[in-house]
Structures are given as structure tokens and as C-alpha cells.
Design a protein around this ligand. Structure first.
Ligand SMILES: Cc1cc2nc3c(=O)[nH]c(=O)nc-3n(C[C@H](O)[C@H](O)[C@H](O)COP(=O)(O)O)c2cc1C
Length: 271
């Protein structure tokens, strides 16, 4: 049965609901864009996008994230290089770097004459990284609601110390990912990419692992059809692509040493 959810799942696996809303429709139409026009963002767009980001829930209202807006072509070019040559970073008019930021909270505690050893834990790094991700996703949805396009850049974690130096980060801050924002270039608008059937990710009261196999096999077919439609260069099944991504430390683009690097950058020193 074809429904509003079909592009996200394919006809076979669209959930059996017709309930939707403008917000849900917008989120269902998300696609990452990797080619941008040079046009600037409309006046006020950045401020509105950041207000949306700041409106995300944040652990204990600590707001342990920050964002750096990069528009300088030279800095964007260096970011693109550090991300393994991702040209869309240079093309987009606005490149946001989302930070896990425990420096502000450390300063606030010091200003109050209080200790802040709790900041040196894995838990507080996670709090900051989760806060940054929630804020960024709100930014992403807000941008798309304005007719703009986005793509996250996790590759900013390939060389975190070089990125930190480039934008002058103090200890206990780190870029967790970047986000390109701009108007999609003609022909680069992308398409809605199917996701796993809900049967694989939605568990009724109790987690089921083996029961996901059939849904995963159907997802391989849905992704194969998507790649054919998009004339994608890859014919690799999703399961093979995903398995390769975690095959060994060498498949993590240098990020397998992230724990040591983040410790040098002032995170989880207590662990
Ligand atoms: C945290 C994160 C990091 C990502 N990093 C990159 C990246 O470095 N380069 C890139 O081209 N896409 C990146 N992506 C985009 C994903 O590849 C994309 O979201 C996924 O393939 C699904 O496609 P869609 O967003 O078009 O639905 C990233 C996405 C997330 C959430």
C-alpha cells in the first residue's frame, strides 16, 4: 500500500498509519545534501536556526554545548581537508561546528568557588555530546523548514586536535560533528533514503534481536532499489556496507584513538 510514509520505507514496510502533521511531513522529507549554491542564507535565518537549536531539551538545563559558525572560505577549506576532502564543506555558505562544551560549566563552577571534578567523567562528556546532538538536529529541522538543506559531517572527528586548534578551542571542548547549511545546488537535492523497517527498530516491551533478520533482508532490497533509482555508484548491500564500516579500527578513519585524544583535550580525566 502506498502512503505518505512510503518514500521513507518503501511500499512493503510503510507503517499502517495515515496520521501525520506538517512537522512529521517535514521530517519524513529529510535528505542529506552534498552540493550547494554559493547564495547566502536569508537574513535572520542563522539566528532563527540557533534559537531552534537552543530550544532542544538539555540535560539538567546545563546547556553543555556550543556552536561555531564558519563562513571564512579559508577555514572552510581547511575543515574540508581535515574531513578527508569533503567539497560540500567549502561550497556551503554556512558551516556549523557543534561542540561538546564542558569549559563553560567548569568556568561557572570556578566562578562560584566550587569544585568541578564531576566534569572529568565519561558521563559528563556523554551529557555534552548528547546535548550537542539534540541541538544540532533541531537546527537541521529548522533549516529544512526554511527551504535550506544540510548534511552532518562526522568526519570532523577524524583529527579533533587539529580542528580544535583551527577554531581556538579551550580544554574540555571538542567538535563532535559539523553541519553544512545552504541552498541545494541544482540536481543535488538528493532523495529520501529508505530506513530500516520499524519491525527492526521498534520493540514491543522486550528487545528482539534474531527476529530482525527478515526486516534487515527486506531493507537490503529497499536500499538496492534506491541505489538503482539514484544511479548510485555502489551496488554493495546495506549489510555489507555497514559491516565494513566496523570491520576493524582501520575502518574508523583514525577515530579508533578518540578516547586518548579526548583525554588529551581535557575530557574524562577521572576515568
Ligand atoms: C553524526 C553524523 C555524521 C555524518 N557524517 C557525514 C560525513 O562526514 N559526510 C557525509 O557526506 N555525510 C555524513 N552524514 C550523513 C549520513 O551519511 C546520512 O545522514 C545517511 O546516509 C542517511 O542519509 P539521509 O540523511 O539523506 O537520509 C552524517 C550523519 C550523521 C548523523
Amino acid at each position: 500500500m502506498t502512503s505518505a510514509f512510503s518514500p521513507r520505507y518503501g511500499d512493503h514496510d510503510a507503517p499502517a498509519t495515515t496520521l501525520t502533521s506538517p512537522a512529521i511531513d517535514l521530517m519524513l522529507s529529510h535528505r542529506s545534501v552534498r552540493g550547494y549554491r554559493p547564495d547566502a542564507l536569508p537574513d535572520g535565518a542563522l539566528e532563527a536556526i540557533i534559537a531552534a537549536a537552543q530550544s532542544a531539551a538539555t540535560s539538567s538545563n546545563l546547556q553543555t554545548w556550543s556552536v561555531i559558525v564558519v563562513t571564512d572560505p579559508a577555514v572552510k577549506a581547511r575543515c574540508a581537508e581535515l574531513a578527508g576532502g569533503q567539497k560540500h564543506i567549502e561550497e556551503c555558505p554556512v558551516f556549523l561546528l557543534f561542540l561538546a562544551d564542558l569549559a563553560r560549566l567548569t568556568r561557572v563552577a570556578s566562578g562560584e568557588g566550587l569544585a568541578h571534578a564531576g566534569n572529568d567523567t565519561l558521563e559528563m562528556f556523554l551529557v555534552a555530546a548528547i546535548d550537542a546532538a539534540l541541538a544540532a538536529q533541531n537546527a537541521c529541522v529548522a533549516a529544512e523548514s526554511l527551504g535550506l538543506s544540510t548534511v552532518y559531517i562526522g568526519a570532523m572527528r577524524n583529527k579533533p586536535e587539529a580542528v580544535a586548534e583551527l577554531v581556538g578551542l579551550p580544554p574540555a571542548t571538542a567538535v563532535v560533528f559539523g553541519l553544512c547549511i545552504g541552498f541545494a545546488a541544482e540536481g543535488k537535492e538528493g532523495s529520501v533514503k529508505p530506513r530500516l523497517p520499524q519491525e527492526a527498530v521498534l520493540h514491543n516491551g522486550r528487545y528482539q534481536l534474531e527476529a530482525q533478520d527478515a526486516a534487515i533482508a527486506r531493507y537490503n532490497d529497499a536500499m538496492a532499489a534506491f541505489n538503482e533509482r539514484e544511479r548510485a555508484s555502489t551496488t554493495t548491500p546495506w549489510t555489507v556496507h555497514s559491516a565494513r564500516r566496523v570491520a576493524g579500527p582501520e575502518s574508523l578513519s583514525g577515530r579508533h584513538v578518540l578516547m586518548q585524544v579526548l583525554r588529551r583535550m581535557g575530557f574524562f580525566k577521572a576515568e
